[in-house]
Design a protein around this ligand. Sequence first.
Ligand SMILES: [Fe+2]
Length: 330
Amino acid sequence: MVKGLDKNSASSQNGNISIPHIHNGLRANKSTSIGRQHVESEESLNSVVNFPMAPFEVGNFLTGKYGTTQILSADESTGESTQRVTLKKGWSAPIGHFNTDIEIFVLTGKLRQGGFLLRDLSYSFLPAGIPSGPWVAEEDTVLLWMPDATPTYETQDYASLEQIPENSAYHVKMQHHERMDEYLPAHELHAMKWESTTFLPPGSARKSLYTNKKTGRATWILGLVPMWIEGNFYAGHPTIEEAYVISGDVQGHWSMSDDPFNRRYAIMGKDGYYWRPAHIPHGPFWTEQGSLLLFRTKNRLDCYWMLHNPDITQQDQTRLQTALGEDKSV
Ligand SMILES: [Fe+2]
């Protein structure tokens, strides 16, 4: 819900995140709520491209001169967040490492990170402490920036090195890092095979981008064929979930943040977004055009199901009786 709000009402400067534009409509007691607030509304599902913009600042890495951000959801106390960031062509940063895990998903543009090119629909997972860079925006680039906390970027250990890709890739802090095997410099979506999904009916497929085998935390792409339909049920699960539509539409019964237990019909469109806490049931869903979505869950996804229309005879007896009753009265 961002209509009529000051465009400067979002901020990420100096590590402070302020997101007044996404608190509208929440009724839960904030002092007893989780860090991130539920973001799911007609506006967020429709498109986030008009969410407020703010300068994007990460010390030693990027200044607001070269980047803007739209904060889609955030824990204001830790900086854990999902942001839609635009980088200007020509921006560059030296070799360094972040102090927190960061996921990056490039929507459009070209971003060079060390020896890797992140372009349309590329993904990267940067564990804390792993050297990266040098960085160059070869085109104006729009990406989803998903840090686990407010990041800092340390460059001191690499300042005397020639700024070439080998000096981050071959660095002892990369090759001997205890989390080196978690590092995903570049997953390019166009090069990945589709896999079967676990819960959804045929016509759905996924491309797995990141999975933490211990916790079940995962990031993946969901693809839905045109006219895919979920069925007569809605579902909840013991993990938060967020999704961003890359293309197409998803229609159905959404658990809006202003009234999460009375689902409302809406169409989620290109650049639509939601971040939903655990145990908020949602659905069922379907699509007209087909759809491509980026999904993230914080823990393993185990669904539990409830009937959407409890009249499993599908005859809708209540409405039928009402209609017959009205006919008699005419
Ligand atoms: Fe879900």
